[in-house]
Every structure is written in structure tokens, then in C-alpha cells.
Write a protein of this length. Structure first.
Lengths: 154, 295
């Protein structure tokens, strides 16, 4: 899969100074992607450590995507979608909410640090919230260092 | 021969000879003495093979998936956990209730065959892990009940103790624990094949396009397989403990399943799977006021 291959490319550099976290953001097409777009249009600065992957709905995100993301070298994963009640497909994010409450518990039980996997509701008008969430996430993960768990050794 | 076995044989003989059912699923004595295997009986004269003892572990509801071509009704003997498996399959439209004749056996709790392996018949054998804190020893769905209902005993189990021990650990220790467990996995898929919650026509692990799960047997793929399996059976697991018993390398799979069951009950207040065949599974439905702890 091409996405995995791209993500698998190790970042260049030596020593802890050169390390920069790599974070995957699953952004729902209708809210968070528009929110990220607004952040860009408004010239809001946020760290360039994120890769945005647009999905039709946050309910599209399969927990397997998250597990694979960690295995293929991501240091953090953010799933973001519309606020409950605002889903373009009426109910998609309610399923997301249940699914990821449970997945988060499961990942913690597996020993993954809870900060590395987060879920947020960011609407199309919340450009500043997108900036703030991403900045905070990057700061937290920078403080924690690279993810060594569940990493593919190849 | 115990009383339940006697009743089983009489019931099965009656059902087969009168032509009410085409097939009876039960258990027969296996080899060695601490194994009891599933028995498939379609003639009245064979019913004397049937037994019920403390090693009748197999959850017979899973076999219904292989028997869809059988014409006529199928009778099967169920313990408490197995009966919830039937409700699960009805919930998933895999079997029809009218096609089944369910004979419930109030389960006194089974013994651990691994513990019995080195012992003689008549020795003290410990309870099977899944039976130690069984919440539903009495069948929840049946046409006929053999014997009296047994009381539900509140006991502690090894599985719960392991979960509590793991929850107290630091994340790194937990990670090491599970990595050690999953690195032993042979990827034989016995846990999936025996599970009544795993009834997809084509399993995600078998799909070649897209290839969700690589064929290599390494820690990464094993982790992926086990986490995926746990999420897929979350809210559907009926706690029959068959996955753990079938596992040839003794991965504590119930510590994974049971943890998710605990979480579902705590987060969404959902009742355990397989009690109500009409209701949707916890991850297949939602409430408007579900918690949002991650916001």
C-alpha cells in the first residue's frame, strides 16, 4: 500500500536533536478537513509534523488503521471528526465515539501511552482549535520521544 | 454414569426415533479420560455415546455454522455459555431459532483439562478458568431443561486477577507482557475457528485483497492479528473461553476479551453479549449521551 510505503521512510539525521515526531491525522472530510483548511487560510501556524489523511467520515476509520500506523512508524495518531450531532451522515461519529473509547482502552491495556492516540471533535469553523490541538499533540509527543512500541523492525 | 447423561440419552433417543430432529449435537467420551469430544448423532441406536461430564468444554453452537445444509431440525445440548453463543448466532442471522431444538444443561462448572493431564482419575482438579467466575451457568435460551437450575456463585477468577495485575503495571511492563505472549503465537487461528462470535463468511485474516494481515509469523503481524481479533469480538464475546482453551501456546486471550467486556459494561452500561437475540451489539449501536472521556 502506497501510504504505508511513504510513511515507512525513516527520517534522516542522527541523535535526539534531529528527531521530529511523525503524526498521522485522520480528518473527516466534512468538518476537520475543512477546519484544517480554515487554519491554513487564516495563516495559523502549527508544527509541520502532521500528515493529514482525509476520510469520508470519522466512522470510516478502522481501528486496524490505527494499529498499522503505529507499526509502520508513526509516533502519534489523531482521529478527528464532526461534533456529535453534526455528522454529515447523521450518526457516523456516534459509532466513532463508542469504537474509539474502547480502542483507546485496548491500546492502553496493550501498553501504548494514552497520549499517543487521541480523538477530537473539530468542526469546519474551528480553525484555531485545529491549530491548538495539533500544537499540543506535537508538544506532548516531542516530550515523550519516539514511539518504540509496536514498531515494525524491517 | 451420572443423571444428566442418562437424561441426555433418553431425550436424544426420543427426538431421533420420533423424527422430530435430524441430528443431535452432544459430547462423547474422548481419549484420554480428561477429554470429551463433540458428538454428532443422527441415529437412535447411537445415542449411548452421549455423555456429560466435567470435561465437556466444546461450545457446540459454533458447529451450527457448518450444518446449514442439514434438512430438518437440529437438537443440541448447551451449557450456560453455549446458550449465549446461540443467541449470538441468531443475532447475526446465522441460524434460525425454529430450526433448533435446544436442550439446556444447568452447568455445575467444568474442570481444567490441562491441570488434569498429569493426574489420575479421581484426583482433585482445579476449575477451568472460564468457569471460576461464571455469571450465567444456567442456559438463557432452551426448549427443554435437564435438571434443576444451579445458583450463581460469586467467585474470583484467575483471569480477573491477571487483568487487575496488568492494570496496575506501568505501560512498558504491560507492553513487554503482551509482546512476550504474542511472540509465541503460531497463527494457527484456532482461537478464531472455535469462536462463536467469529462468524464472518470471509475472515479479514484470510483476505488477500487487500492483504490486511501479512503472512509472516512475526511479533508485528501477531500483534495486529490479536488486537484486531479482540476488537472484532468486543461486545460479541460470550465468555465461553474456548479461544483460550484451544490455544496451543496458552496465550491468555480471555484476559483480553474479558477486559473489553468489563470496559463495555463500565463505559456504555451494556449487558453481556448473547442474552437478548433482538438487541444490536454494543459497537453496532449508540446512545446520544455516551461518555466522551477523550475530549
Amino acid at each position: 500500500m502506497s501510504i504505508e510505503t511513504n510513511l515507512n521512510v525513516e527520517q534522516q539525521g542522527t541523535g535526539p536533536q534531529a528527531w521530529e515526531p511523525k503524526i498521522l491525522v485522520f480528518a473527516c472530510n466534512w468538518c476537520t478537513y475543512a477546519g484544517a483548511d480554515l487554519a491554513g487560510l487564516s495563516r495559523l501556524q502549527y508544527p509541520p509534523n502532521i500528515r493529514i489523511l482525509r476520510v469520508p467520515c470519522s466512522g470510516r476509520v478502522n481501528p486496524q488503521f490505527v494499529i498499522r500506523a503505529f507499526q509502520k512508524g508513526l509516533d502519534g495518531v489523531l482521529v478527528a471528526g464532526c461534533h456529535p450531532g453534526d455528522c454529515h451522515y447523521s450518526t457516523g461519529n456516534y459509532f466513532t465515539r463508542r469504537r474509539y473509547l474502547l480502542t483507546k482502552r485496548l491500546l492502553e491495556y496493550m501498553g501504548i501511552d494514552p497520549q499517543r492516540f487521541q480523538v477530537r471533535w473539530i468542526s469546519g469553523s474551528e480553525g484555531p482549535k485545529f491549530q491548538q490541538v495539533v500544537t499540543q499533540l506535537v508538544e506532548e509527543i516531542k516530550a515523550m520521544g519516539p514511539n518504540r512500541k509496536m514498531r515494525d523492525q524491517e | 454414569m451420572n443423571e444428566i447423561t442418562q437424561k441426555m440419552r433418553e431425550t436424544a433417543r426420543g427426538l431421533l426415533n420420533s423424527g422430530q430432529v435430524a441430528l443431535v449435537l452432544g459430547w462423547e467420551k474422548g481419549y484420554p479420560w480428561y477429554k470429551s469430544a463433540p458428538a454428532f448423532i443422527d441415529r437412535g441406536e447411537d445415542v449411548d455415546r452421549l455423555v456429560f461430564d466435567e470435561f465437556c468444554h466444546n461450545n457446540l453452537s459454533k458447529y451450527l455454522l457448518d450444518l446449514v445444509a442439514v434438512e430438518g431440525r437440529i437438537a443440541l445440548f448447551v451449557k450456560g455459555c453455549d446458550s449465549r453463543g446461540i443467541n449470538r448466532l441468531i443475532q447475526d442471522n446465522q441460524v434460525k431459532r425454529e430450526q433448533l431444538y435446544i436442550i439446556g444443561i444447568p452447568c455445575p462448572g467444568l474442570k481444567d483439562p490441562d491441570d488434569a493431564a498429569g493426574k489420575k482419575q479421581g484426583d482433585e482438579i482445579k476449575d477451568a478458568a472460564k468457569c471460576q467466575d461464571c455469571r450465567y451457568p444456567n442456559p438463557v435460551v432452551y426448549d427443554l431443561l435437564l435438571g434443576e437450575k444451579v445458583p450463581v456463585a460469586k467467585r474470583s477468577s484467575e483471569t480477573q486477577a491477571l487483568i487487575e495485575r496488568l492494570e496496575k503495571m506501568k505501560p512498558d511492563e504491560r507492553y513487554e507482557f503482551w509482546a512476550e505472549q504474542f511472540s509465541r503465537c503460531l497463527r494457527c487461528y484456532a482461537c478464531r475457528n472455535i469462536c462463536p462470535a467469529c462468524n464472518c463468511r470471509e475472515c479479514v485474516f484470510d483476505r488477500a485483497t487487500p492483504e490486511w494481515l501479512g503472512k509472516a509469523n512475526n511479533l508485528i503481524e501477531n500483534q495486529f492479528m490479536h488486537l484486531t481479533r479482540a476488537i472484532h469480538v468486543a461486545g460479541r464475546c460470550i465468555e465461553c473461553g474456548e479461544c483460550e482453551r484451544a490455544c496451543p501456546v496458552n496465550i491468555p486471550l480471555m484476559a483480553l476479551n474479558r477486559k473489553l467486556i468489563n470496559d463495555i459494561e463500565e463505559l456504555f452500561g451494556e449487558e453481556p453479549a448473547g442474552l437478548d437475540p433482538e438487541k444490536k451489539t454494543p459497537l453496532g449501536r449508540f446512545e446520544l449521551d455516551d461518555p466522551e472521556k477523550f475530549m
